[in-house]
Write a protein that binds this ligand. Structure first.
Ligand SMILES: NC(=O)c1ccc[n+]([C@@H]2O[C@H](COP(=O)([O-])OP(=O)(O)OC[C@H]3O[C@@H](n4cnc5c(N)ncnc54)[C@H](OP(=O)(O)O)[C@@H]3O)[C@@H](O)[C@H]2O)c1
Length: 289
């Protein structure tokens, strides 16, 4: 068991959506974008990490649709990368917090998924992320996996940002109403991951399970999330129309049910993430000014 409150926090994938949110909250961390460190490069990873480091891996191959036809790239980023990080951490005596996804489940659930529920990914992306989880679990108590879902900042490229743009460009927008999940503000998730990092450095009385779930609380369909975005920007939410996934052909079967239970997170003494609707309001206030 480590107790290294002065250890370095090293954030890999620091140029991505979540990585940027983490660094905004922890500017003292060592921020490594893809150009600084390719996590699939064992020599570079070994040369960068030091004993006692706490690595927060936000790097991943996240192009869910493209992964179906580019399995090698998906598994390189999502299995080889975490495996290289885990091996370097094991060799150096460093710790690893790794971010994973609701896509490791099959999406047929009817109540929020617990961390130890059976997995059953239905996409290349989901299988590659599950393989990455298995690699991190080889680290034993020095490896922690946090699954999250439906992450957004609202400012660039994500679903919330896309709805803001479409609200300006179109009179009506059709959005799928048959997938249920927990929209998660990247800044809230970053705060949760940093609370976990502090706990990994200074273990408390409650044990930290190997796998945890962290999303904003509550649930919504993409349609409901889109309506909420319209409401928050002062537009008529009835301009958002419900449709089914079948109307949006995709190479990937996305999980119909993606809600993740935070019971283990709370039982570990970590602060639950607030309701998704309150988080969305804050996110849009921040990006809309
Ligand atoms: N976004 C979501 O809705 C969501 C949902 C559930 C779970 N997650 C998980 O949350 C984590 C963060 O995702 P995100 O939304 O921040 O994704 P993102 O914006 O795509 O960020 C991922 C970052 O990782 C970088 N990267 C890819 N391969 C790398 C490599 N080999 N070495 C170093 N960096 C590499 C990417 O660089 P390039 O851009 O140059 O490729 C990108 O900057 C991931 O583990 C993801 O699976 C996300």
């Amino acid at each position: 068991m480590h107790s290294s409150s002065d250890s370095r926090l090293v954030v890999t994938g620091a140029g991505g959506q979540l990585g940027r949110a983490v660094i905004a909250r922890a500017p003292e961390a060592l921020a490594l974008g893809r150009g600084d460190l390719d996590i699939t490069d064992p020599a570079a990873v070994r040369a960068t990490l030091r004993p006692g480091d706490l690595v927060l891996n936000c790097a991943a191959y996240t192009a869910v649709d493209t992964a179906e036809s580019n399995e090698a790239a998906a598994f390189a980023g999502n299995e080889t990368g975490p495996a290289v990080l885990a091996a370097a951490c094991a060799a150096l005596g460093a710790r690893l917090i790794h971010v994973s996804t609701d896509y490791v489940f099959d999406g047929h659930g009817t109540r929020p998924y617990e961390p130890d529920d059976p997995t059953g990914p239905t996409s290349v992306y989901g299988r590659s992320k599950l393989a990455g989880e298995r690699a991190v679990r080889t680290l034993g108590e020095d490896g922690h996996i946090v699954r999250t879902a439906w992450v957004y900042t609202g400012d660039h490229g994500d679903f919330v940002a896309t709805m803001r743009r479409l609200e300006r460009e179109r009179e009506t927008v059709s959005v799928v109403n048959d997938q249920l999940g927990s929209p998660t503000y990247a800044d809230d998730l970053a705060a949760g991951l940093l609370e976990l990092a502090a706990r990994v450095n200074s273990p408390g009385p409650q044990p930290l399970p190997a796998v945890l779930h962290a999303t904003n609380a509550g649930q919504a369909t993409w349609f409901e999330l889109a309506r909420a975005v319209f409401e928050e920007v002062g537009a008529d939410p009835d301009r958002v129309r419900p449709c089914t996934s079948a109307e949006f052909p995709s190479p990937v079967r996305r999980p119909a049910y993606s809600v993740l239970s935070d019971r283990a997170w709370v039982a570990a003494g970590l602060t639950p993430l607030r309701d998704w609707r309150l988080a969305l309001r804050d996110a849009l206030r921040r990006v809309c000014g």
